[in-house]
Design a protein around this ligand. Structure first.
Ligand code: SF4
Length: 248
């Protein structure tokens, strides 16, 4: 099975446990205003690889990846579900730790889709779920689409008991608001499979890519989030989670 990829990072330290081989897939239906990888948005078919080639390449780096594994990120990897299925099945055959970094935007309650998704998740050790905004109207302003399917995907992962890390980018003036962080924490508290919550402070380091691609960057005047603000945001999310857990 072939997939269309953007790039490969062989020493990733940000996308899952340990040192990881990170495969960035091409194509994404969202348009997050802070996206660092706008060059992954379109499903251009410049770089095509097979799942077998990726696993063979992974083996070249195996010695220093032994406490990490393979992460598939993007773009939105679930756009190429058949390829992922092949890749993760092969990876598990080689005893490689697998992580899927997704926004969950492609989720749909269709029998055929759910069947494939379940097969994929049976071969996924971890899902990194990027929850962009807890409020659907604000989510649409931030990413171009509402969050209903994403929240349904989060509930599905919980029901299937798939180990999940929740990731949330904190953007001053957009997601850095007590009301939203609390609500997000309340929602995460309803999930039974969450192993970690990561707060990712907004910064505008991706801005040059927008210039190269001649795309508008609308957050130019938004300040980066400080470490202190990130900590405060994290604590509000935890507080919201506890509120829900205490009601159980
Ligand atoms: S989901 Fe990821 S790749 Fe897609 S627009 Fe958002 S940040 Fe960019």
């Amino acid at each position: 099975m072939k997939g269309f990829i953007h790039s490969i990072e062989t020493f990733g330290t940000l996308d899952g446990p340990g040192i990881r081989y990170v495969l960035f897939m091409q194509g994404c239906p969202l348009r997050c205003l802070y996206c660092h990888n706008p060059d992954t948005w379109f499903l251009n078919k410049d770089k095509e690889v097979s799942a077998k080639e990726i696993i063979e390449d992974y083996k070249n780096y195996k010695s220093f990846l032994k406490n990490g594994g393979l992460t598939v990120s993007g773009g939105e990897p679930l756009l190429q579900l058949d390829f992922l299925l092949d890749l993760f099945q092969r990876a598990k055959g080689e005893n490689i730790h697998t992580a899927l970094d997704t926004s969950g935007i492609t989720f749909k309650e269709e029998e055929k889709y759910i069947f494939k998704l379940r097969s994929l998740l049976q071969n996924a050790d971890l899902v990194l779920l990027d929850l962009k905004h807890i409020d659907s109207i604000e989510h649409k302003k931030l990413t171009g689409k509402g969050n209903e399917e994403i929240l349904n995907f989060a509930k599905f992962l919980s029901k299937e008991n798939i180990p999940t890390w929740i990731r949330h980018v904190i953007v001053p003036g957009i997601t850095y608001k007590e009301e939203y962080l609390l609500k997000l924490g309340n929602f995460i508290g309803t999930l039974k499979n969450v192993k970690a919550v990561e707060v990712l402070p907004y910064h505008n380091l991706g801005i040059n890519k927008y210039r190269e691609l001649q795309l508008p960057y609308t957050l130019e005047n938004v300040k980066s989030l400080s470490a202190k603000e990130a900590e405060a945001a994290y604590n509000i999310i935890l507080y919201g989670m506890r509120e829900t857990l205490n009601k159980r």
